[in-house]
Design a binder for this molecule. Sequence first.
Ligand code: UGA
Length: 437
Amino acid sequence: MKITVIGTGYVGLVTGVSLSEIGHYVTCIDIDERKVEQMRKGISPIFEPGLEDMMIKNIRQRRLAFETSYEKGLAEAEVIFIAVGTPQKEDGHANLTYIENVAEQIAEHIEKNAIVVTKSTVPVGTNDKIGEIIHSRLKADVNISIASNPEFLREGSAIHDTFHGDRIVIGTEDLQTRETLERVFEPFDIPIYHTDIRSAEMIKYASNAFLAAKISFINEISHICEKVGADVESVAHGMGLDKRIGNQFLKAGIGYGGSCFPKDTNALVQIAGHVAHDFELLKSVIKVNNYQQSMLVDKVLNRLGGVTGKTIALLGLSFKPNTDDMRDAPSIVIANRLAALDARMKAYDPIASGRASQLLPDAVEYHESIEDAVRGADAVMILTDWEDIKHFPLAAYQTLMAEPIIFDGRNCHSLKEAEQAGVEYVSIGRRAVIPAT
Ligand code: UGA
């Protein structure tokens, strides 16, 4: 089938590349000329394992092309995916300007009947609005139908998630559209759940909000564990054995970040507010997370008595491993707070330092290796559980620091390991390990 994807951010690019991989002819449109030039050469603008190889393969096989022009990009389209951003406005609402502009462009440039599918996360009712915008401007002999197909991929494992997802959700209002979209997705061999458009839009927000709630829940439990002498890792494991609860998204840490959970939880609170529903539970989820992001600094302050003039090594800066995405990363909150307290920071991240340097305060110095960041530091803070950080032996901190104190915001190490290494080790929801003197 001939497919056009509009927007080449995480969702758009991964969607376009994956749809070409399963045999469709895909054109991705983006207004950024430099980015399109790079993508035509097979260079991915984002760091995403497996994406670039798949891009190169499908460009060579002539199933994947990139365009800046709506006219050229939409000429042949049978199915059009909208995958532009819906960033958060100051008041928490989703900003729909990009989506609305795209709807206008589609109306102006399509020459034949097509299905317009929204992949971007949009408030309930937005698809109706997209339909209205397009229909009001459409040429007389052209027809479109509207559908919603929310995205559930995670950054850092986006290709894997696309090919091994638990479900594909398709929201439609007519049988023909439903059947055509079923044919588009069939080669993925993933269960398809059909529903109406508004429910599909809601499934996306409700899913992200629920996952965020699981994280805030276990983070709250972690505080109680510390006070009553329980171990949150063990508690989460024991809870997760119950299939009704499930073992995923129960990892306590320094809170959720990224481009989705913070934005979508705020947007859902707004959506609820519009229909006069005070979503108290979700408000608490957000509040817990805001505290969680800087709580590790409190632990450092309690232990060191202050950080003025001290050197803190920050290990991992991206909001999670396998991505260079810094959006709403806890490292931003943490580094700003430490900078305000006049601490010196030495940071290491295998991929995200470039992006981080544009966002973090000047007091942060960037290093190419864990060893260089840690050498001579007064304390280490582990902020992202990258593989190399997780596997960096705790004993190595002994040789790099005068008095090794590690604050682990991601529970990368076992307490036994910390005891054997003879380091001071403070983690989340577990007792602190203090070496015998
Ligand atoms: C999330 C959802 O998982 C995807 O299903 C969804 O498609 C995506 O948002 C989106 O809306 O586009 P993503 O933001 O890429 O994906 O990352 P996650 O792996 O979900 O992690 C989000 C944050 O939660 C990270 O900061 C991570 O460190 C944190 N987290 C995750 C925890 O603190 N504990 C956990 O147990 C799991």
